[in-house]
Design a protein around this ligand. Structure first.
Ligand SMILES: *Cc1c(COP(=O)(O)O)cnc(C)c1O
Length: 343
C-alpha cells in the first residue's frame, strides 16, 4: 500500500547531499567552541536572520526555552498567543525552567496585533509580575501555518520597544513565512530581538534548530544550553546537514505551499465548510464538524488507506506538506478524502 505521511514536516528524511556532508564533516569539540562545522552553521544562521550571532540547539523547544530563560527573571510574565507552541506544546517548561507565568492572548487565527498586546502589558506595580517578554509564532502552527503581516510585526515591535520589552519570535517555520511573503527572512526577523527556527522541519535536516540574537544574548543562551545538558561535542556531524538545509532546501518550500494549496482548494469543494484562503503555507488544518466525522474517525479512515494525519482536538485534523510528498501523494489524499466524506 502507498504510504503518505502528512502528520508533520518533521518526518522528512535527510537528502543524499546531507548524508554526504555529514560523512565528510570536519568536527571538533563544540563545548570548547572548536567545531568548525557548527561554527559555520551558526555564522550562516546569524547572517540569514540579520543577527549578531546564533546558537545550534537540539530542538526548537530547547531554543524557545533558552530564549525565555535569557530574557526573563523568575516571577515574570510572558505574553504569548493562547494556542502558541510555547504555551501549548512545551510541557510547561516556561514555568519549570524559567519560573515565569504566561499571559495568553487570543490572536486572530493565531496572529496577535499591537491592539491586543498593548492592554496586556502590566503597569509597574509592586503587586504585579513584570511583563518581560512578548512571544510571536510565525508561522503559527495550530492556526494552520498563518503568517504575520510585516506591518503587524513592525507595530508590535515598536510597542515592545516603547516599553523596553524584548520580542522573541518562535520562527520554527520562519522560512515558510518568508517564502509565502516573498521577502528575505531577515526582513521578518528585524522585528524581533531573538528568533528560533527549525532546521528539522521543512528544511529537511535530521536534527536541530538555531537560536539567533545579539552576541550577549547568544552567550547567555550558550551557558543555559550547557546547564540543560545541550552542550554537544562533535556536533558538526549534525550541523553539516543543517548547512545543506539552509543552502539547498529554502527555495523548494514553495513546492510544499503549492501542494498545500492544491489540497486546500480540493477540500474547499467537498462541502464541509472549509475555506481554502485559510491556508497560507504548508499546513492545512481542517474543522471536521460538517463532515459528520470526528477527527479520530477521519484519522482511522485515512490510516486504512496508508495516509497518516494529526488530530488537533475532537473535530480538527492537520495535514502538513513537506519534502518527500509529491503531487501524486496529494492527489491520492484528495481522492481518498472525497471517498471518506461521501461514504
Ligand atoms: C515544531 C515547533 C517547535 C518545536 O520544535 P521541536 O524541534 O519539535 O522541539 C516550536 N514552535 C513551533 C511553532 C513548532 O511548530
Amino acid at each position: 500500500m502507498r504510504l503518505v505521511d502528512l502528520r508533520s514536516d518533521t518526518v522528512t528524511m535527510p537528502t543524499a547531499a546531507m548524508r554526504e556532508a555529514m560523512y565528510r564533516a570536519e568536527v571538533g569539540d563544540d563545548v570548547y567552541g572548536e567545531d568548525p562545522t557548527v561554527n559555520r552553521l551558526e555564522e550562516l544562521g546569524a547572517r540569514m536572520t540579520g543577527k549578531e550571532a546564533s546558537l545550534f540547539v537540539a530542538s526548537g523547544t530547547m531554543g524557545n526555552q533558552l530564549a525565555i530563560l535569557a530574557h526573563t527573571q523568575r516571577g515574570d510574565e510572558i505574553l504569548c498567543e493562547a494556542e502558541s507552541h510555547i504555551f501549548f506544546y512545551e510541557v510547561g517548561g516556561l514555568a519549570v525552567l524559567a519560573g515565569v507565568q504566561a499571559k495568553t492572548l487570543a490572536g486572530h487565527r493565531g496572529i496577535l496585533t499591537p491592539e491586543v498586546v498593548k492592554p496586556a502589558i502590566r503597569p509597574q506595580d509592586i503587586h504585579q509580575p513584570r511583563s518581560s517578554l512578548i512571544c510571536l509564532e510565525n508561522t503559527h502552527n495550530r492556526a494552520g501555518g498563518k503568517c504575520y503581516p510585516v506591518e503587524t510585526l513592525a507595530g508590535i515591535y515598536t510597542l515592545a520597544q516603547a516599553h523596553t520589552i524584548p520580542v522573541h519570535m518562535d520562527g520554527a517555520r520562519i522560512f515558510n513565512a518568508a517564502a509565502r511573503q516573498q521577502v528575505a527572512v531577515e526582513k521578518l526577523t528585524a522585528y524581533a530581538d531573538s528568533v528560533m527556527f527549525c532546521l528539522s522541519k521543512g528544511l529537511g535536516a535530521p536534527v536541530g534548530s538555531l537560536l539567533a540574537g545579539s552576541r550577549d544574548f547568544v552567550e547567555t543562551c550558550r551557558r543555559y544550553r550547557k546547564m540543560l545538558g545541550g552542550g554537544m561535542r562533535q556536533a558538526g556531524i549534525i550541523a553539516a546537514a543543517g548547512i545543506v538545509a539552509l543552502s539547498t532546501m529554502v527555495e523548494r518550500l514553495e513546492q510544499d505551499h503549492a501542494h498545500a494549496r492544491m489540497l486546500a482548494d480540493a477540500v474547499a469543494n467537498m462541502g464541509i465548510g472549509f475555506d481554502a484562503s485559510d491556508v497560507e503555507t504548508n499546513i492545512v488544518v481542517i474543522d471536521t464538524m460538517q463532515s459528520g466525522k470526528t477527527a479520530a474517525e477521519l484519522s482511522a479512515c485515512f490510516a486504512g488507506q496508508g495516509i497518516k494525519i494529526s488530530q488537533f482536538g475532537n473535530h480538527k485534523i492537520r495535514m502538513v506538506t513537506h519534502y518527500g510528498i509529491t503531487r501524486d501523494d496529494i492527489q491520492y489524499t484528495i481522492d481518498t478524502m472525497a471517498r471518506i466524506i461521501k461514504g
